[in-house]
Design a protein around this ligand. Structure first.
Ligand code: CA
Length: 154
C-alpha cells in the first residue's frame, strides 16, 4: 500500500509499513502543484511542490512490489480494504487533476507538468476523469478552475 497524506499540515509518504514525514506543507489556501514519486528500485522517493523538489530520500521500502488490481482512495484513510473511514481523517480542501503513472517521473518531467499543465506522454494508471467518476460521500465537483502558470483562482 502507498499512502500520501497530511499529518499536522506536513506531507507524509507511506509505503508498505514504512513512512517518511516531510517538512513540506501546502496549507496556505492557494493552489499548489504536488507530485510524489516512489520506485521500488532502492526505494527512491521525492516530493515536489510547484515543480521544485522539496524533499527526497532513498531506502523507503526498497524491493516492495505494489500489486495491480487495487483501489485508489482519495481524501480519506481506509483502515480496512475499501472501508474503515471516519470523518476526522477526511481531507478538507480541493483536489484537481490527480494522475498516477507507472513510472518514476524525473525532475524535468515534473517541472514541465507544473509549469505548463501539458499532458504527460504516458498512459496513466489512474486519470482524473476516472476519479471524478467515482465520487462518494457527499463530494461534488466544482467548476473548472485555472491554476496553471502561477494563476490562482479568486
Ligand atoms: Ca484511520
Amino acid at each position: 500500500m502507498i499512502n500520501f497524506y497530511l499529518n499536522n499540515s506536513l506531507f507524509v509518504l507511506y509505503v508498505a509499513n514504512n513512512r517518511f514525514v516531510t517538512d513540506v506543507t501546502a496549507t496556505d489556501g492557494l493552489w499548489h502543484h504536488i507530485c510524489v514519486t516512489w520506485t521500488s528500485q532502492n526505494g527512491d522517493w521525492a516530493v515536489y511542490m510547484d515543480g521544485a523538489q522539496k524533499a527526497y530520500g532513498t531506502d523507503l521500502s526498497p524491493g516492495v512490489v505494489i500489486p495491480g488490481g487495487g483501489i485508489l482512495v482519495v481524501g480519506q484513510d481506509q483502515d480496512i480494504l475499501g472501508g474503515g473511514f471516519n470523518d476526522p481523517e477526511a481531507f478538507m480542501g480541493e483536489i484537481a487533476q490527480l494522475y498516477v503513472w507507472p513510472v518514476e517521473l524525473q525532475p524535468s518531467d515534473v517541472m514541465v507538468l507544473a509549469s505548463t499543465c501539458a499532458p504527460y506522454g504516458m498512459v496513466e494508471i489512474f486519470a482524473w476523469p476516472d476519479i471524478l467518476g467515482g465520487l462518494a460521500g457527499g463530494l461534488e465537483p466544482l467548476p473548472l478552475v485555472h491554476f496553471c502558470r502561477g494563476q490562482n483562482p479568486v
